[in-house]
Design a protein around this ligand. Sequence first.
Ligand code: ADP
Length: 266
Amino acid sequence: MSQRLGFDRVSKIFEGTGDDADFVAFDDITLEAAPSEFLAVVGPSGCGKSTLLRMAAGLMVPTRGQVVLDGRPVVEPPPGVIYLFQQYAKSLFAWRTVIDNVMFPVESAPRARRGELRAQCRDYLRQVGLGGFEDKYPWQLSGGMQQRVAIARALAADPQVLLLDEPFSAVDALTRMELQTLVLQLWERRKFTAILVTHDVEEAIFLADRIAVLGARPTSLREVIDVGLPRPRDQFATREDPRFLKLRHHITTTLLTGNDGHVASA
Ligand code: ADP
């Protein structure tokens, strides 16, 4: 079961210390991900994408406005809203085996269910291509494999909303494409609501149903774009589709110019 997650007129101000002025990270953002939708948020580094996701996860409260999950304001981390971090290496427990990392979200389940849950977690590892690696430690795996462990652990937590914070930015280009395809396949199977923040325009187009484009500081919502490319998507066919290229041109120009797609003449 997936859930609806929205930002309702959200602003975030970080209070300055000493002589530093207050810092307005966002101003008046209204945006909603429908149940089972894949929403991407793009914007330059430092524009506040992670801050937006932290508020969605209930890890930080907005200064004004509210985050709403299925009609209820988010005031603390809601169960079912799972955060997939960019720094997978830091989010995994180095002293636990791969299977014990994946088991972590279900550890408080009754003892009688442990066998069944362990089998399920082994299956999640197979789904992310890590069958046979259950008894390794994270540090014995490559970066891409570690992020796969983090994805399997997110699946074990039964996400209704999956928040993806630049989850592929620390791996090489080919691994990044493999992980994007993996996340798409899992999303198509499980149909959780997905919110991805990224500075990578192509990644956003490849994955998302809609893309929210954030603008210059204080960050506001510039535009929300329907991607409209057919699914299932393919790393080659989709990226070579003329509609993909047109969207890439439009969004990149918007980000570069701050002018809604119209490049100022030189
Ligand atoms: P992005 O994810 O787009 O790179 P962030 O959300 O990490 O951006 O940060 C947006 C801005 O908010 C940055 O300029 C950052 O320095 C500032 N910021 C983030 N968290 C805090 C905080 N807890 N206190 C003060 N400033 C913060």
